[in-house]
Design a protein. Structure first.
Length: 356
């Protein structure tokens, strides 16, 4: 049996692929365009593993997606591929509309094409798993209840609007065509292989380099943090037992202000790699706020707990300690990302043609 993963060279996708291959004996076909966010070095431990089939390609390329599905006939598609960084969506929304909306549309149509050729159990058990975000729900005040699956969509950034559009497409393909879909809306992930443009890895690598730790606005915005391997286990649980056509919110019950996060990272680095110049906290710098910055996200994860018995394995304390230690232990990965050297990985390991 085979599953198709899109975006499996990105942060969450690569953690999911590693987790999947460790937990099951199925093959993973990994379709990824290798944008700036795709890094095959994340999957270096799979080199030579016949159960990982990498296909470099764009989810907007219908002919390529059709050919990949026809060749591998996956029993499920787990769709991670997206433009994912809010700040980039503010500076250049076009790529977000293309990949997140057109790409999801293309994938849904191709999946519908494959699914229509299936019969019996294969047809009934086929799944299109759409990986989405809590940002589609909008922003909460300090006293609002956490996002439940019934909360209406109020996306505020080009990124979250494009993800909300993709969620609507997935819902419509189920409602209209019967495509067996499930959607998960997850809170902020953190952990290994996180590209250092996002808050947690940026703060770790900047602190280690003695650079400023830029806090947007007053630093009191709240996010709900989940260790990335817990997201992977939640997706496995929903793919295996989630009800078709349903959405499941995934979160870690870890609401923290950005300042709390940065203080925690500084304290861990002070303990694990003390800086003779003093505490890393001296590097904290307030900068101009992100336009349209959502104030608070919080996930009510009771549905996935109640229906599927899923719960995160990590607390924030255990997860953030593991994460800081991972970055300390993987200075080579960080250096390659910062120098752009990670982009040569494809040429070195898969040949020049694959890198083109
Ligand atoms: P990421 O930016 O790290 O990785 C995205 C991956 O998709 C990269 O490997 C990239 O090369 C690939 N990709 C981009 N455009 C593509 C295209 N047109 N065709 C094929 N591949 C393409 O993202 P991430 O943080 O790992 O997020 C993965 C998914 O999870 C996204 O859908 C995101 O919206 C969602 N999500 C992320 C978080 C989070 O905290 N990072 C939380 C909830 C949901
Ligand atoms: O909630 C899930 C979402 O979490 C995902 O859908 C997105 O793909 C993912 O990027 C993330 O979005 P955020 O905007 O919450 O993540 P980011 O790491 O960019 O920012 C987290 C918070 O930290 C946010 O309030 C902005 C703030 N921030 C971020 C950066 C990069 C700073 O204060 N300084 C920074 O330099």
């Amino acid at each position: 049996m085979t599953i198709l993963v899109t975006g499996g060279a990105g942060f969450i996708g690569s953690n999911f692929v590693l987790d999947w291959l460790a937990q099951s004996d199925e093959t993973v076909v990994n379709l990824d365009a290798l944008t700036y966010a795709g890094n095959l070095e994340n999957l270096a431990s799979l080199n030579g593993n016949p159960r990982h089939v990498f296909v470099k390609g764009d989810i907007c390329d219908r002919a390529l997606v059709d050919a990949t599905l026809a060749q591998h006939r996956p029993r499920a598609i787990v769709h991670f591929a997206a433009e994912s960084h809010v700040d980039r969506s503010i500076h250049g929304p076009g790529a977000f509309m293309r990949t997140n909306i057109d790409g999801t549309f293309t994938l849904l149509e191709a999946a519908r094409g494959l699914w229509s050729t299936l019969e019996g159990d294969a047809k009934a058990s086929f799944r299109f798993h759409h990986v989405s975000t809590d940002e589609v729900y909008g922003s909460l005040s300090p006293t609002d209840p956490a996002f439940a699956e019934t909360k209406g969509f109020e996306p505020n950034s080009p990124y979250s609007a494009s993800k909300a559009a993709s969620d609507h497409l997935v819902r419509a393909w189920h409602h209209t065509y019967g495509l067996p879909v499930v959607t998960t809306n997850c809170s902020n992930n953190y952990g290994p292989y996180h590209f250092p443009e996002k808050l947690i890895p940026l703060m770790i690598v900047n602190a280690l380099a003695g650079k400023a730790l830029p806090i947007y606005g007053d630093g009191q915005n709240v996010r709900d943090w989940l260790y990335v391997r817990d997201h992977a286990s939640a997706i496995r649980a929903v793919l295996a037992g989630g009800r078709v056509g349903e959405t499941y919110n995934i979160g870690g019950w870890n609401e923290k202000t950005n300042m709390e996060i940065v203080h925690t990272i500084c304290a861990l680095l002070d303990e694990l790699k003390p800086d003779p110049a003093g505490s890393y906290q001296r590097l904290i710098t307030y900068v101009k706020d992100r336009p349209g910055h959502d104030r608070r996200y919080a996930i009510d994860a009771r549905k996935v707990e109640r229906e599927l018995g899923w719960r995160p394995a990590e607390t924030f304390d255990t997860g953030i300690r593991k994460t800081v230690q991972w970055y300390l232990d993987h200075a080579g990965w960080v250096a390659n990302v910062q120098s752009g050297g990670y982009r040569d990985w494809v040429a070195k390991n898969y040949g020049e043609a694959a890198a083109a």
